[in-house]
Every structure is written in structure tokens, then in C-alpha cells.
Design a protein around this ligand. Structure first.
Ligand code: X2X
Length: 336
């Protein structure tokens, strides 16, 4: 006669053999980033890995592969590789994922966000939720926001205080065609290239300028490759997104999904606060190194805003008019 105990044992064995039983975890999960530590971006990823390892007591092991090495340096391929499951996880920039997720171009609209409160107002609003849904729809599960920062303009030739000063300058730009439009509209001569190619191109003078956050200018020592002029024009900021390939996400138990997500939220908050707090000191260091730093008057700033209006007309329909409006409302009603 079957005892209650043997019935239970048989049921447990069936569960173990069942294809529905929880998949075994990988011994290591790949985490892709463009920038390594000590850039804030790399530090954000390290914090995530550390928190997950701690909180899962070593059950979930993640390993960071920086410098876009999992996509042979082509940072605009990171999203597709995550979607197909070639990369398990990433801390990625909205710019680099925007070729596959057009909604992410929102943050690259010139002068949409005047300050960090505006960034927070968007990421923390319905617009931010709509963006996460857009990412999810394309096979990647977004968990939390981080930050690369406001992108400022540097060049090796001259002081830039208005669109006229940009005429004909060769500027290295990042992955989304939106950047080509912004710099073309300003009369510059933009060239799209990966971060891996950017520093060599600045060194040889193949390009005259670039745009990146102060943290990148500082840590990568962009001053050492002849970038002596820096204009603080705050034309856009790229948030980072902590995310997991949805194929991989589904293999985690609900508890571990919650653990991964909370760790990403905590790592993102930690990194956002830290990188903002460090900016003033970075700027001081950049000045000490002899870089001429230009701050724009309200009038000079307005001239750039005016000159880049056309970018909205072309890009708002691609991003989604409703999303752009939601974001503009969030910015207009922000706390500051
Ligand atoms: O390529 C860049 O400029 C960088 C490092 O900032 C990004 O990946 C968006």
C-alpha cells in the first residue's frame, strides 16, 4: 500500500523531472557595458553585481564585460544581442539602444531637459513608464534607471558660444541618426563612430570635437588629446538603463526577479547621486588642466535652442508625439 510519504516523494520526483520545474541557473551571467569603472557607468554595473551577489548569497553570479567587448566594440548592437540572448544583462545608454527602440530618442531631443530635475521628472513619470514598456515590447526587461549625464561639447579649435562657431567643425557623434541631424542643423560636420574609435580619431585630429558628460571627459582624459575648449551647453543627458534579456529573465524565480530588480534600483540611485555630486569637482579638475570652459549666457543658450528646433519636427513623429508631449509636461511641472 502506498503511504502518504511515498506519494509525496513520487510527486516531488515528478516535479524535478517536469520541464516546468525551474530551469537551472547559469554559473555566470554576462553584463555588458560601454564604459568600465571608474567611470560612473562602470561603477553602476559593479554596484549591481555586488548587491545581487550579496543578497543572493552567491547564487546569482554576474560578470561585467565592458568596452562593448561582447559586441566587438559596436555599442549600437548591444540591445539586439541582449534581445537574442547572446548577452544576458546590461547597463546601457538610451542613446546606444535607440536604433532598436525609437522611443529612446526622446532623451536626445536637444534642450528638452534643462537640468537634472527635468531628467528625474521624465524618468519618474508616465513618460518613463511608457519608455520602459517600449523596451519590454522589444524583448528586453528594463529594471531601473542610472545615469551617464549631461553631454557637453568639446573641440580642439576654438571657443564655442553660438551655432556659428560650430560651422564646419568635424564632430564625433554617437549611434543615433538624431545626432547627425542636430549637428547638421547647427552647421557642423558630424561623423558617427563608436566610443572605441572616438579617442583615436580625436588623437589624430580626424575629428575636431566630441560631446560627452564631464565624467567621461575627466576619466578618459579627453584634455590629453587636444580638446582644449569645452562648452557647457547641457543640450541633452543620457540616462542608463539596467536591463535583462527577457529570455533570461523568464528563467529566474519570482523572488530572484524581485531581488535583481531591487538591486538595480538601489545601484542606480546610488550611482545617480554619486555622479551628480562629483560633477563640480570634475569641472574644477578639468579647468586646472588648462581646458577653457565656456558657460553660456541665457541669450547664447537660446540661440542654440532656436537653431535646433527642426530636429523636433523630424523626430517627434518617430519617437511618438504623445510621448514627447508627456515628457514636455513632466519637465514643465517638475519640482525645482
Ligand atoms: O559613446 C559615447 O559617447 C558614450 C560612451 O557616452 C556612450 O556610450 C553613449
Amino acid at each position: 500500500m502506498l503511504t502518504r510519504r511515498s506519494l509525496l516523494a513520487a510527486a516531488a520526483a515528478c516535479l524535478l523531472l517536469s520541464p516546468l520545474a525551474q530551469a537551472e541557473y547559469k554559473t555566470e551571467y554576462t553584463v555588458s557595458t560601454v564604459l568600465p569603472s571608474p567611470f560612473p557607468w562602470g561603477e553602476a554595473a559593479e554596484k549591481w553585481v555586488e548587491l545581487v551577489n550579496e543578497r543572493s548569497e552567491g547564487r546569482i553570479n554576474m560578470k561585467i564585460y565592458s568596452n562593448s567587448q561582447l559586441v566587438s566594440g559596436d555599442q549600437t548592437k548591444e540591445f539586439s544581442s541582449m534581445r537574442s540572448g547572446l548577452i544576458d544583462m546590461a547597463v546601457g545608454s538610451t542613446i546606444n539602444w535607440s536604433p532598436q527602440v525609437p522611443e529612446l530618442n526622446l532623451f536626445s531631443l536637444p534642450f528638452l531637459m534643462p537640468d537634472y530635475d527635468a531628467v528625474d521628472a521624465i524618468t519618474g513619470s508616465e513618460a518613463g513608464e511608457a519608455i520602459f514598456k517600449a523596451i519590454e515590447k522589444r524583448g528586453v526587461t528594463p529594471l531601473a534607471w542610472g545615469e551617464n549625464g549631461f553631454r557637453e561639447l568639446s573641440n580642439s579649435k576654438q571657443t564655442i558660444t553660438g551655432p556659428d562657431d560650430l560651422k564646419g567643425l568635424k564632430i564625433r557623434v554617437v549611434g543615433s541618426p538624431l545626432f547627425q541631424d542636430t549637428f547638421n542643423t547647427l552647421g557642423a560636420n558630424p561623423t558617427q563612430m563608436s566610443w572605441a574609435d572616438a579617442k583615436p580619431a580625436l588623437t589624430t585630429g580626424a575629428v575636431d570635437g566630441q560631446e560627452n558628460p564631464l565624467s567621461v571627459f575627466d576619466v578618459a582624459r579627453i584634455d590629453q588629446v587636444g580638446q582644449n575648449y569645452l562648452t557647457l551647453w547641457h543640450y541633452m543627458a543620457d540616462p542608463l538603463v539596467f536591463a535583462v534579456s527577457t529570455r533570461v529573465w523568464r528563467t529566474f524565480s519570482a523572488e530572484d526577479q524581485a531581488l535583481l530588480k531591487q538591486a538595480a534600483i538601489d545601484a542606480g540611485q546610488w550611482e545617480i547621486e554619486k555622479s551628480r555630486a562629483e560633477e563640480a569637482e570634475r569641472l574644477a579638475k578639468i579647468r586646472e588642466r588648462g581646458v577653457e570652459v565656456t558657460e553660456l549666457s541665457a541669450e547664447q543658450h537660446a540661440a542654440f535652442v532656436e537653431a535646433t528646433r527642426a530636429v523636433y519636427e523630424k523626430w517627434s513623429p518617430k519617437i511618438g508625439e504623445a510621448l514627447v508631449e508627456q515628457a514636455q509636461d513632466a519637465v514643465a511641472n517638475r519640482n525645482n
